[in-house]
Design a protein around this ligand. Structure first.
Ligand code: TNX
Length: 607
C-alpha cells in the first residue's frame, strides 16, 4: 500500500486498497510470528540467566529533565523498608502501587504508612509538597543512603517518580516471583517534568478484538513510560466493540466479526468502565473513538436503516478502507450518533471524545464538512472536547477542537489552516509513530504503506517542529497508534510496541535538550532484561546494543524456538496485568538481581 493512495483527497471516490493481495493473505491467516518472535523467545531464557549491569541514574527512559548522580549515595532496600506517604488518598494509592510493584520480586513486606508528615527517618518517602514549579505531573527524586524521597505537587507526579524509581532497581524487580538480589538504587537526584501534556498510544480493538486483561496489560506498559492517554479505536468496518443501550444489535451482530475469521467480541459497559478505572489508577485517561461517518460497516450490518440505501451490507472481515458510511442525510443517523456518543461520554471521565473522520471517501465536500460540524456540536453537547483525525480539518472550528495528524510528509496546509483557526494538534506521523508499520522488510507482522519504522525512525523527529506552518505551542503532544489488521494476540501487540513505544514516549516526555540517538539506544537496550523479566514479547531490534552476554547467548542458541506465536516470549510467563499478579506464593528463584558486573561495553554507534 503506498501512502499516496491513503492520503485524504477531498472528492476522491476511490476505495483505497490497503495491503497487497499477498499481504492480505498473510494478514487474514494471522501469520505465525516467526523469525523475530522466535529469536526474541530465545533471548528470554538467556537474559534471565545473565547478570545485569548496575543501573545508572542517567539510564532512565524517558530521559528526565535533570539528573545529578551521587555515586557514593546508593540506597539499599531492605526487608524492613517502609513506604511512608502523606495522608492523602491519591498519594496513598500511589504508595500502594509502588509496594505492589516491588513486593513480588523482593519478597519484602513493604508496609505503607501515612506518616510522611510526622516521622523523619529512612525508607521510601512520597510527599506531596506545595512546589508548583514541578507542574501537575513533575516530580523530584532524591536517593541517599538513608532514604529515597519522591516529592511532587500532585499525585500524578508521585506516580511518575515511582515509575522512575522502578527503573532504577535491577531488572529482576520485574519478576513476579521472589528473586534473591541486592535491591540497590543509584544515589543522586532527578528533577523531572513532561514536555507535553498529551502522551498517548492507541490500540485498535476493532480490526481484532482484545479482551479486557490484554488492554489492562497494555495500560501497564504505557504507565512504565509515563504515557497518560490510551486512545481506544472502538469501532470500525470489521467490528463494533462497545455496548450502547437502545442499540443492542451493535454488539449482538456488529461485534461478531473481526479481520480474518475470528469471533470478534465487545466490551460491556462494565468492561469498559473497568478499563477506564484501571487506567485511572495508572494516571492514564481513556480517549474513546467512534469512527464516523466512514469505517462503519459493522454498524450498518447491525442497523441497515443507517445505510444510505437502508439495506444492511454483508459483514466485512478484510482490510480495505473507505467504502462504508452512515447516511449523512438521515436524521436517524444523528439520533444514532447522539446515543452512541452520549453513552461513551457518560462512561469516560476524560475531557476528549474522538470522532474519527478519516477515509470517508464516499462522503464528499459539504456533505462531509456539514456532517463533521454537526457531530462536533453533538460532542460539545456531551460536555466533551472533540478530537478527530486530521481529515476533519476543513470543517469549521469548534471550541478547543483537537486534530490528530497522521500524515507522512510534514506539509499539510489544511491542517495548518485549521490550527490558525484555533485547533490544537496531536502528532502521530504515519512514517514515525505508526506502530503497525514493520520494523524491517522481514518483520513477520505489520504493514509498510507509511514506510518501515525501525527504532531510530520512531525516535528521530521533533514534534515541536514537525509540521510546517504549525507553531510549537499548538502541539498538545504525541500519540503512537497501533492498528491491528495484522496483530492478533497480546504477544504480537507487545512485539510491535517494544522497543518503539518507549522511543515515542521519550519524544512526548523529555525536553528536546536530552535528545540524542547514541545515548538513547544504550539506555533503551538496558531495558531488554527488564522486559524479559516482565514477560514482554519485545522485538530484539538489531539497532540496539543489547546487553552483550545475552546477545552472545542468543546467537549461540540460534532461533530454534517454536514459530508459534502462542509460545512467543510474552506468553512464556503468563502476561497478567500487574493488578492480577500473584505476590507471595511463588518459590524463590535466583536470577539477575545481583549487579555483580560492570556494564558491558556496547557496540559502537553506527551514527
Ligand atoms: C490508516 S490512520 C487508517 C486506518 C488503518 C491504518 C493502517 C487512519 C486514521 N486510518 O484505518 O488501520 O491506516 O495502517
Amino acid at each position: 500500500m503506498c501512502h499516496n493512495q491513503r492520503k485524504y483527497t477531498p472528492g476522491a471516490a476511490t476505495v483505497s486498497t490497503l495491503p497487497s493481495a499477498a499481504d492480505r493473505e498473510q494478514l487474514s491467516l494471522g501469520t505465525p510470528a516467526t523469525g523475530d518472535l522466535a529469536r526474541s523467545a530465545a533471548r528470554v531464557a538467556d537474559e534471565l540467566l545473565t547478570p545485569a549491569a548496575p543501573v545508572r541514574l542517567a539510564d532512565v527512559v524517558p530521559a528526565p529533565e535533570q539528573v545529578r548522580p551521587e555515586p557514593a549515595d546508593d540506597h539499599l532496600l531492605a526487608a524492613d523498608t517502609v513506604i511512608r506517604v502523606n495522608a492523602d488518598s491519591a498519594a496513598l494509592a500511589v504508595a500502594e502501587h509502588l509496594a505492589e510493584l516491588l513486593r513480588p520480586a523482593t519478597g519484602y513486606p513493604l508496609p505503607v504508612t501515612d506518616t510522611a508528615d510526622r516521622e523523619p527517618g529512612g525508607g521510601i518517602v512520597l510527599t506531596l509538597t506545595g512546589d508548583e514549579t514541578l507542574g501537575p505531573e513533575g516530580y523530584r527524586l532524591d536517593v541517599t543512603r538513608a532514604r529515597v524521597r519522591i516529592s511532587a505537587a500532585q499525585p500524578a507526579g508521585l506516580f511518575y517518580g515511582v515509575q522512575t524509581l522502578r527503573q532504577l532497581l535491577p531488572p529482576a524487580v520485574e519478576s513476579r516471583t521472589p528473586t534473591a538480589g541486592r535491591w540497590v538504587l543509584p544515589g543522586g537526584s532527578i528533577v523531572d517534568r513532561p514536555r507535553y501534556a498529551y502522551r498517548g498510544a492507541m490500540l485498535d480493538v476493532a480490526r481484532h478484538f482484545f479482551p479486557v486483561p490484554d488492554v489492562l496489560r497494555v495500560i501497564d506498559h504505557l504507565a512504565r513510560y509515563k504515557l497518560n492517554q490510551l486512545h481506544l479505536h472502538l469501532t470500525d468496518d470489521q467490528g463494533w466493540r462497545i455496548a450502547v443501550p437502545g442499540w443492542p444489535r451493535l454488539t449482538t451482530v456488529g461485534a461478531a466479526t473481526e479481520v480474518g475469521d475470528g469471533p470478534g467480541g465487545h466490551y460491556s459497559t462494565a468492561d469498559y468502565r473497568r478499563i477506564v478505572a484501571y487506567a485511572a489508577t495508572r494516571h492514564i485517561t481513556v480517549v474513546p473513538e467512534i469512527d464516523l461517518p466512514g469505517h462503519t460497516n459493522s454498524a450498518l450490518v447491525a442497523y441497515g436503516e443507517l445505510a444510505p440505501d437502508r439495506v444492511a451490507p454483508q459483514p466485512y472481515t478484510g482490510t480495505e478502507v473507505g467504502f462504508s458510511y452512515v447516511d449523512p442525510a438521515s436524521e436517524r443517523t444523528y439520533q444514532f450518533v447522539t446515543d452512541v456518543l452520549g453513552e461513551v461520554a457518560a462512561n469516560s471521565p476524560g475531557p476528549l471524545l474522538h470522532i474519527g473522520g478519516d477515509e470517508a471517501f464516499k462522503v464528499k465536500g459539504t456533505a462531509y464538512t456539514d456532517f463533521v460540524e454537526r457531530v462536533q456540536r453533538i460532542v460539545a453537547g456531551t460536555g466533551k472536547t472533540v478530537v478527530g483525525w486530521h481529515q476533519i480539518a476543513p470543517a469549521a472550528h469548534s471550541d478547543g477542537r483537537v486534530l490528530q495528524w497522521w500524515g507522512t510528509d510534514g506539509d499539510d496546509p489544511a491542517t495548518a489552516e485549521a490550527v490558525r483557526r484555533g485547533a490544537r494538534l496531536i502528532l502521530s506521523p504515519g512514517n514515525h509513530a505508526y506502530l503497525d508499520m514493520k520494523y524491517a522488510p522481514d518483520t513477520p507482522l505489520g504493514q509498510d504503506w507509511a514506510g518501515l519504522i525501525d527504532v531510530r525512525r520512531a525516535y528521530d523527529w521533533d514534534p515541536g517542529s514537525h509540521l510546517a506552518g504549525v507553531p510549537a505551542d499548538a502541539v498538545l503532544g504525541v500519540e503512537a497508534p497501533l492498528w491491528t489488521e495484522s496483530v492478533t494476540t497480546l504477544p504480537e501487540i507487545e512485539f510491535m510496541l517494544f522497543p518503539r513505544l518507549p522511543a515515542l514516549a521519550e519524544l512526548a516526555w523529555s525536553p528536546r535538550s536530552t535528545h540524542g540517538w547514541a545515548r538513547f539506544r544504550e539506555r533503551l537496550a538496558g531495558h531488554g532484561p527488564r522486559w524479559t523479566a516482565a514477560g514482554i514479547a519485545y522485538h530484539p531490534s538489531p539497532e540496539l546494543p543489547w546487553p552483550v552476554a545475552a546477545a552472545d547467548a542468543t546467537a549461540a542458541s540460534g532461533a530454534a524456538v517454536s514459530s508459534d506465536p502462542a509460545s512467543a516470549p510474552g506468553t512464556s510467563t503468563d502476561p497478567a496485568p500487574e493488578a492480577d499478579r500473584a505476590t507471595d506464593s511463588a518459590p524463590v528463584t535466583e536470577t539477575a538481581a545481583i549487579p555483580s558486573q560492570p556494564r558491558p561495553d556496547t557496540a559502537p554507534d553506527p551514527a
